[in-house]
Design a protein around this ligand. Structure first.
Ligand code: 6CS
Ligand code: FE
Length: 304
């Protein structure tokens, strides 16, 4: 499989959804860009784990008092009538309950402060060895009883194809705001899947985000690719207490099951992208996605 020339003569190193058969090709970018591991915010063993598996679960990062403040903000936003009618609010198909709220790093002063917290942004700067900016932020509420699944996907595949993110030099931090039990739809990750790029079949429909943020059916790996990677690597469920951080590479295959328990699984996600990896034109033949899903016009480094 060779890279293909995008419509505007750029070399597309990670072509997907362009008529090719579903397949798995090697990753072409480093996972950890840091070179000097001494004195980093995580130890060498944790760096090695992150590099090998494509994710790291850090427990007890935020105190009970900090978590309580974040949960209050979570509820304030969920009850806000202004939020309910905002384009950043994505509802669950069926129940109409709040599924995700995007751009919380700008909508909420509390989440803006959290996004700049050195325990998060400092760790991202270290691993990506660059200044970072917020490519995207969202709260995934995954409400009790009616929370729907997020099917298996690589975030990078979407961010490359639909947002024009050139390389795998971005990562997500999911801060758990409620108990992430085995039963209420914890994030599931395929260890080591980030070493491969899973080429997806199909195409990118117009205004794809209007469907994909509710239920993603394009830009998802084939059944055969998922089955093969799980057979080779297994699945890890990120069961964790509130105040933990699930750190995962932009290209680690992940998803989460629906939630029919009464216990919401609400996490806030910040996506840190290296400033040198800022998004370009999309690699698909659709216009850029809106600013609330992909920072493009307002790219500014997160300062400590
Ligand atoms: O399209 C996106 O950017 C969003 N979709 C998923 C399923 N994960 C990443 C992000 O929230
Ligand atoms: Fe995702």
């Amino acid at each position: 499989m060779i890279a293909t020339a995008a419509a505007d003569s750029r070399v597309d190193r990670y072509p997907s959804r362009n008529g090719q058969a579903a397949q798995i090709i090697p990753r072409q970018d480093p996972v950890v860009y840091a070179t000097d591991l001494a004195g980093g915010p995580i130890d060498a063993n944790q760096v090695a784990q992150y590099r090998d598996k494509g994710f790291l679960i850090l427990n007890d990062v935020f105190s009970a008092a900090e978590v309580a403040e974040l949960q209050q903000e979570l509820e304030r936003l969920r009850r806000s009538s202004r939020v309910a009618s905002a384009e950043e609010a994505i509802c669950e198909p069926g129940s109409g309950e709040l599924r995700s709220l995007f751009r919380v790093h700008e909508i909420s002063p509390v989440f803006a402060l959290l996004a700049g917290d050195c325990r998060l942004a400092g760790l991202a700067r270290f691993l990506l060895d660059d200044q970072v900016y917020l490519h995207q932020s969202r709260v995934n509420y995954k409400p009790g009883l009616h929370g729907r699944e997020f099917y298996w996907h690589s975030d990078f595949e979407t961010w490359h194809v639909e947002d024009g993110m050139p390389a795998m030099r971005a990562l997500s931090m999911s801060i758990t705001l409620t108990e992430n039990y085995a039963e209420n739809g914890p994030v599931m990750l395929i260890p080591g899947s980030h070493h491969h790029y899973v080429v997806c079949e199909g195409n990118t429909p117009e205004e794809h985000f209007k469907a994909s943020l509710k239920k993603q059916e394009n830009g998802v790996p084939s059944d055969a690719c998922v089955t093969r990677l799980v057979a080779e690597r297994g699945i890890v469920s990120a069961v964790s207490k509130p105040g933990s951080v699930i750190l995962f590479d932009s290209n680690t295959l992940h998803g989460s099951n629906g939630n029919i328990t009464p216990w919401p699984r609400s996490n806030v996600f910040f996506v840190y992208n290296a400033l040198s990896n800022r998004v370009q034109a999309p690699y698909c033949d659709q216009p850029p996605r809106p600013e609330y899903i992909c920072s493009r016009r307002q790219i500014r480094p997160v300062t400590p």
